[in-house]
Ligand binder design. Structure first.
Ligand SMILES: C[S@@+](CC[C@H](N)C(=O)[O-])C[C@H]1O[C@@H](n2cnc3c(N)ncnc32)[C@H](O)[C@@H]1O
Length: 469
């Protein structure tokens, strides 16, 4: 978007927002252009602001949702059940909001949210819009299998297109659009909902909902989602300094701690790994890497078990057959213990790998036990030694997961030091490097423990200490 256009749209939006009945916008903040660092618009402090200051207030009547948009009144059937058949069910909250945004978009200048619609994005950096070549830069990251473009498109075609084509006079100007154009518009609005919409809590929910400050968590259609002008101009990070409070009649954004003039006001989108931040929002940050995750497929664990214990593959197969099949998992998620952020939005402590995933440990122990029942000679009797084997098996599995990435952490670091690296390529490298670092950290942790736990290692450690003394 050209700069004049960008600034003109910001000014029109700002003017529109301040004129909304019940809206408040502090003169201690302003909307700024952060495109030079790939962050679109954001809000910064124009002077020092103390903690607990209200920065702005958004009246609920200004939120775009099924409660405020004219579409529900005109086509109530879309929002209510009309029978037992699948196509007679109301739209889930995600699809409903996409359709509402399409409706408002097609209204053009007749939409009462036009100045707001004009500052919503028309392009995205989420992997949904990446080429195969760009996607390949994510290497073995499990996020590659979570993009969901085809399933989203299936919903657009089966639920949204018929709703629009069945109501051509209500979906203003839709006759000028081909099906393909409408699906493209649905993708755009779907990505907007993904990166911008709020899950609208009522005051009552907020007490028990400690999940990510009301950012959209729910695509199952249980709660109402809405587009909250101005609150969604806030960028976010894992350490943040502002909070969106959901009141009866308005949403209020307040500071969580003292903010210096020039600092960006940052919301919190949730404790997402960079892979998820990229998938939902199309960006990554250094601070989110503490939440990075690695998926460990059982197949890698099983192969490691076979080579570590030198047991025939069939024996493992037989042992697994003796376990309740419903209890067996295919994948396990390795993550750090990252703790909750402090009440002022800062990190309470460093994140660290504490243990292997509990469900992985449980499954591995069950298989080892079943193997032992089949052949008692497989493991030494000491429990300590058995735990040691389990850790080595997991380290072996992690090394095999690491080998599925086609570059090393060192090579990725080298790439990141190149200032000319393409934006999407850089984000892919940050995602895959974060995963490799987590694997390295976990391997160091578990191999260290395995060595410490092994009776022989204990002994040699004691001997060394004695000699040194
Ligand atoms: C709710 S919007 C925030 C406003 C947005 N910057 C804009 O110009 O409309 C979320 C989007 O902002 C961008 N964003 C948010 N936080 C960011 C950050 N810390 N760094 C870079 N981009 C960020 C991402 O593109 C994300 O999808």
């Amino acid at each position: 978007m050209a700069s004049a256009d960008f600034e003109g749209r910001t000014a029109a939006f700002s003017h529109w927002f301040r004129g909304l009945p019940g809206a408040v916008f502090s003169d201690a903040i302003q909307i700024v252009d952060l495109r030079s660092r790939g962050a679109g618009r954001g809000i910064v402090a124009t002077r020092d602001i103390p903690a607990d200051t209200t920065l702005f207030t958004v009246p609920r009547s200004a939120i775009i949702s099924s409660e405020t948009c004219g579409l529900k009144e005109q086509v109530p059937a879309l929002f209510e059940s009309r029978g037992d058949e699948d196509d007679e069910q109301p739209l889930d909250s995600w699809s409903a909001l996409i359709l509402i945004l399409m409706y408002e978009y097609l209204l053009g200048s007749q939409s009462r949210w036009k100045p707001y619609m004009d500052v919503l994005p028309d392009t995205f950096d989420t992997p949904m819009f990446w080429s195969d070549d760009e996607l390949s830069q994510l290497q073995a990251s499990a996020t590659v299998n979570k993009i969901g473009k085809a399933s989203a498109e299936a919903i657009f075609r089966s639920r949204l297109l018929p709703a629009i084509r069945g109501n051509p006079t209500i979906f203003h100007s839709s006759g000028e659009y081909s099906d393909q154009d409408l699906v493209r518009l649905a993708h755009r609005m779907g990505s907007t909902v993904m990166a911008y919409a709020f899950d609208l809590e009522s005051d009552d929910d907020e007490e028990d909902d400690d999940e990510s400050d009301g950012w959209m968590e729910d695509q199952e259609g249980k709660s109402m989602m809405g587009m909250v002008a101005m609150a969604d101009i806030l960028n976010a990070d894992a350490e943040f300094n502002a909070h969106v409070n959901h009141g009866d009649n308005e949403l209020t954004v307040t500071t969580l701690r003292d903010i210096k003039a020039g600092d960006e006001i940052l919301n919190h989108y949730g404790p997402h790994p960079n892979s998820e931040l990229l998938r939902r929002y199309g960006y990554v940050t250094d601070k989110h890497s503490r939440y990075d995750v690695v998926e460990i497929p059982w197949e890698a664990v099983q192969n490691s078990l076979i080579s570590e214990l030198r047991v025939p593959r069939e024996a493992v197969g037989k042992a697994m057959e003796t376990i309740d099949q419903d209890e067996l998992e295919d994948t396990f998620v390795l993550e750090r213990n990252s703790g909750e952020p402090n009440a002022d939005g800062t990190f309470a402590s460093a994140a660290f790998v504490e243990d292997m995933p509990e469900d992985l440990k449980g499954q591995l122990k069950a298989v080892v036990k079943a193997l032992q029942n089949l052949d008692g000679t497989l493991f030494p009797p000491s429990k300590r030694r058995r735990n040691d084997v389990i850790k080595s098996v997991v380290v072996g599995a992690l090394r095999s997961v690491a080998s599925r990435y086609s570059t090393t952490a060192g090579e990725d670091e080298e790439l990141l030091s190149n200032a000319n690296l393409d934006h999407r390529h850089r984000m892919a490298v940050v995602v895959r490097l974060g995963e490799k670092r987590l694997i390295e950290e976990a391997c160091a942790r578990f191999s260290g423990e395995a060595a410490r736990d092994a009776p022989d290692a204990d002994l040699s450690e004691t001997k060394r200490t004695k000699r040194a003394g």
